[in-house]
Every structure is written in C-alpha cells, then in structure tokens.
Design a protein around this ligand. Structure first.
Ligand code: ZN
Length: 605
C-alpha cells in the first residue's frame, strides 16, 4: 500500500534544500549575542553577590525566589550557548562563527564560575535543615534535582583535598589526549577498489555496511593489523586512567567503580546488574539471528565482517515522504506529538541537507521554556535517515512537553531516560513504515536494520560494560592492564555474546583498543542498553492497550527529569530491580527478530 496521507504539512511544500535553520528565535545576529553575553555575565555576578555565602540561611520562599532566578539565568545561558553552537554547526570554517564560539566559551565559563557556589553551598547545608526545606511546598518544582545533588555529599572531600585532586586534572586529560591522538591519527593503507590509499578507523568501519563481502573482510583485517602496533600505548593510557580512577574512588569512599556512573544515571547497582543479567541470558536471540543472516547471505557461517552487512536494498525516501511518515506515525499515536513536530518545522528549527562545512550526524538541542528545540539532520534519502528524523523528534517532543511542565533544572534527564523517547519514536515510525511500505526489499531492510540497531545498543554495550568491570577488577587486584590481558578479557566477553554463531577473526582481540568511552566516561555504554530495553517494554505496553497508554506516556514525557528513572516508569508497572521485568523486554526483541527473519526470507524468495 503506497503512502497516501493528506493533508501535507505546510513546510513540506518547500523543497528540502530550502529548509535551513532560522536562528532568529535565538538571537538576531552575532553582534547582539555578544552584548547579551555581557549582560548575562553581569546578571550572574550580581546574583552571586546577593546569594554567595547565604544559601544556608535562606527560608523556603527566599530559596524558591533564588532558584527561580537561577533557572532564568540558566535558560539565558542555554539560549546564547545554543546560538553560538548552531552557528558553528552550520559553518565550521566561518570566521564570525568561530570568533563567537570562542567568545561564548569564555563568557560561558565566567557565568558558570559565578554560579558554582550554589551547588557547593547547597550540598553543605546540614541534613535536617535541608530536609525541612525539601519538604516545603515552595521547593516542590525543584525537589528531586536538589535531592540528587545532595547524594554526592558523602563523597565530597575538604576544599583543600578537592583542590589537590583538581590540580592533577591536566595530567589525567593528557592520558586521554594521548589515546585520542593515537586513535585519530592512525591511517591504514587499504584498497577499496581505487588503489591503495590511507584510511582512518572510521573509514574502515564504514565498509562493514557494504554489500561487497571481500571489502568487508579485508577492512576488518586491515583495521586490526593497523591497531596492533599501537595497542601498547593505548593500553598504557587505559591502565593509567583506571589506576587513577580507582585511587580517587578510594579517597572519596566509593564502594564500586561503577558507582559514580550509576549515581549520575540515578540508577542503583542492583538495577544495573538485574538488567545486565537478563541481557546476558538473552544472548541466544542474537545468535539465532546470526545463523539466519548467514543463511540469507548464502554463507555457512557469519563472520564479524558480515555482522552489519546489508540484506537487500531499501528504496530511497524523499524529504517530503520522510516528513509524512514521521507526522503520520506520531499523529496516529497522539496528535500532540505530531503538532510539536509540525511547529518545529514551521518555525524553521530543522536544518535538513548536508552541506560543506555543516556538522555531520544528527542531533536535537533544547533551548529554553519559551523557545522550541532545534534539530540538525544530514538527510540523504536513505531509509535510516527516516528513522533518524523520528529519533531526533522523539527528543524534541520530550523537550517541549517537559519544559511545559517543569523548571529548566528539572526538565533534564540523564542518558538512560533521555534516549527512551527517541527510541520509542523510532519504533512508531518503523512500525508505520512496515505497515504501509509496498516494496518487500525495503521492508526487509528496515526490519533487519531495526533489529541490528537494537542488538548494538543492548548487547554490544553490555559486552563493553562487562569488559570494563573485569578491567577495573584486575587493576584493583594490583595487576596491570597489559595488552595481552585486555585482549584476553575482550575476546572472552565477546565470545560469551557471539558463541559459535559468529566467527571472530584473531585480530579482533584488539577490539577494545580504540573505544573512546573507556577512556572518557567509564561505564558510559550501559545507559544505551537501558534506554533500548525500557523503550521496548513501553512499546509492548502500548501495543497491549494503545488507548490508555498514550496519555500516560505523554505524562512520562512531561515529567522530564523531575523523578528518578525507577519512579518515572513505575506507573507502567515496571519494577527495574527485578530481572523478570527485563526478561519481558526480550519477548519483544525476539518478536522483532522473527519479523526480520520472515520479511528477509520473503524478500529473498
Ligand atoms: Zn538520541
């Protein structure tokens, strides 16, 4: 059945190439932005002069007035930061945009420095007094975030100790920079059909999505041959960073190397472990798919290089078609979501096509309670661009609805919850497409893509987290993180996942060496497993009872970050501590696997 939805939204009458950001909602021009920055610095300093040293003595109404004023300052800061960031995203080489970015970074740091006392003084308020304030009705809109901030209290050291820890920051960053440089400067000679040329890691990785198997296999071999000689330095950087984190953890009194990440995600260790246990139990779902995929590709056995190989070829999607798909799939779920989507398009808050100098990828950024979010796309008419559009508008609708109800401070969530609405929105668009698309090859490609993206988020991110746990355990037992040791635990953790359904080449043992998250934010990756699984669970509830689900889901979006993830999903009957809850998500994932298998088999036949 072809897509025949009417009426088209106003913006779709424009050609895609005409659709660029209109930044006037943020600032009229760079000149004005600069003078507004100066005003903001002044306001922040004035605010600090009135409240610095006084937080402990404020009563609830004055505390509320102070927080409201801070919330205004934070939104002004956000507006000006977003303006300069978007200018740079549109034209990385433009002198005016670069000058403004530098200017904004400096002014932004001044504002943040002026406001930093607030958090420190709030943590220092004694527990009884803080509890009294938190229970007052005046502070209700800020309560949850204020509580979360205070959870850091037991781990904050004296001012002198904190200064000493801060003083070693440049050394820590130097290890990170060394790692980054070692990875980003790596160039491996590779012949992609036009003679041998130097290739970066990401160029080599992009060949894994090619239909040509020979290129895929050679790209994998070249990648790990290129990484092997650098592994020693990459391991040394990792060893130094893990050692440093473990010793500062000891000083602060953290019990577990995952604890700081868990705390910033507002998840407890028990929840994360229940989730990862359920994920590991469900590795066989992926293995079933690998066996099916080998059959579909006409292979005896899948190799690592075949993991993301395309099955069939999807057709192209014009921008107008993508807009219709997202609009219709959102409208079918809830008219309110489609309305937000259309308002952003009509306000000129979407930049569509790739251009020279424009930032790569896609993102959505929230601005303030009074300005709609902005979305960056690099639309190239591929099937996955349609999903990306839905994904970014999952974020945008979350931003808009939460900012309607919450303070600026309370609208934000950590990554685990932030990626739930985006993943859910993708599922809405994917299902709409699967129902309405006439081309069997496109349906097959979509079902396979969707499944493999879910695997990458759920399984691979968990393999990474398990690898990290073992690395920290080894290092805390006094063993150094040498290449052979890291190779060994990497191969073991991946082996648990792939089993005998997928062959790992020998070189894959070096697979840990280029992953930036290990170096920059420990245990960063499991948040993506969390978001995927919670989105699957919510989607299951939705399909079971669409009518009663939608309004409750909109309430979840509107709650933003005003409650913990556990409390946010509790109205849907999800108990995140229970392995049972997480197991249910895999019923849904297995259904996606079956769908991908069926549609791919049909398309091939
Ligand atoms: Zn996202």
């Amino acid at each position: 059945m072809p897509l025949t939805r009417v009426p088209p939204v106003a913006s779709t009458e424009l050609q895609a190439e005409d659709i660029r950001w209109d930044l006037t909602d943020l600032a009229p021009d760079a000149e004005t932005a600069r003078s507004q920055w100066a005003d903001l610095v002044e306001r922040a300093e004035d605010f600090a002069s009135r409240y610095r040293g006084a937080i402990a003595s404020l009563d609830a109404p004055r505390m509320r007035a102070m927080l409201d004023e801070d919330d205004e300052l934070e939104q002004e800061l956000s507006r000006l930061q977003v303006y300069s960031y978007l200018r740079l995203s549109m034209a990385a080489a433009e002198v005016e945009a670069n000058d403004l970015a530098t200017f904004s970074r400096d002014r932004g740091a001044e504002v943040e420095n002026a406001l930093v006392f607030l958090g420190l003084e709030w943590i220092a308020v004694d527990d009884d007094r803080a509890e009294e304030l938190l229970e007052s009705p005046e502070l209700e809109p800020y309560e949850h975030k204020l509580r979360v901030e205070r959870q850091e209290k037991p781990y904050v050291l004296s001012e002198l100790e904190e200064q000493a820890l801060n003083a070693r920051r440049p050394t820590v960053s130097a290890w990170q920079a060394l790692h980054d440089r070692h990875v980003s400067t790596l160039e491996v000679p590779f012949d992609a059909g036009e003679g041998e040329q130097p290739h970066t890691i990401s160029q080599l990785l992009s060949y894994l999505y090619r239909p040509d198997r020979d290129i895929r296999l050679r790209a994998v071999t070249s990648l790990f041959e290129g990484l092997a000689p650098r592994a020693d330095v990459l391991a040394a950087a990792y060893d130094a960073l893990v050692g440093d984190r473990l010793s500062t953890d000891r000083l602060r009194g953290y019990e577990d190397p995952m604890q700081p990440t868990n705390m910033s995600n507002e998840l407890d260790g028990e929840t994360v472990e229940a989730m990862m246990t359920a994920i590991e139990e469900a590795y066989p779902i992926a293995r079933k798919w690998f066996v099916a995929k080998a059959r579909l590709l006409g292979l005896d056995k899948l190799e690592l290089a075949d993991q993301y190989a395309p099955i069939g070829e999807a057709r192209q999607f014009s921008w107008n078609e993508a807009v219709e798909i997202v609009d219709s799939s959102f409208a079918r779920f809830s008219p309110r979501l489609a309305e937000i989507f259309r308002s952003c398009l009509e306000a000129g808050h979407v930049d569509v096509l790739p251009r020279a100098g424009k930032a790569a990828g896609a993102y959505c950024t929230s601005v303030s309670k009074t300005i709609l979010p902005y979305v960056l796309m690099n639309y190239t008419e591929r099937l996955r661009d349609v999903s990306t559009l839905a994904h970014e508008f999952g974020h945008a609708t979350h931003n808009v609805l939460s900012l309607e109800q919450q303070t600026w401070r309370s609208h934000r969530t950590g990554i685990p919850m932030a990626e739930v609405p985006s993943t859910f929105a993708q599922a809405l668009a994917d299902d709409f497409l699967l129902e309405n698309e006439a081309d069997p090859a496109t349906r097959a490609a979509l079902a396979a893509d969707r499944l493999e993206n879910a695997f990458a988020a759920i399984y691979r991110q968990t393999v990474l987290a398990r690898f990290e746990q073992r690395a920290y355990a080894l290092r805390s037992e006094g063993r150094s993180l040498a290449v052979e040791r890291l190779n060994e635990i990497w191969a073991e953790e991946n082996g648990k996942y792939y089993g005998d359904a997928l062959l790992m080449p020998e070189g894959y043992a070096y697979g840990w060496s280029y992953i930036p998250h290990f170096i920059h934010v420990r245990f960063y990756t499991y948040a993506y497993s969390f978001a995927q699984l919670v989105a699957l669970l919510l989607y299951r509830r939705y399909r079971q009872d669409p009518e009663s689900f939608a309004p409750r889901y909109l309430e979840l979006l509107a709650a933003g970050g005003a409650a913990s993830p556990a409390d946010l999903v509790q109205p849907f009957g999800l108990d995140l501590h229970s392995v049972e809850t997480w197991r249910e998500a895999f019923v849904e994932l297995d259904a996606l696997r079956e769908e991908a298998d069926t549609l791919s088999t049909q398309a091939a036949g």
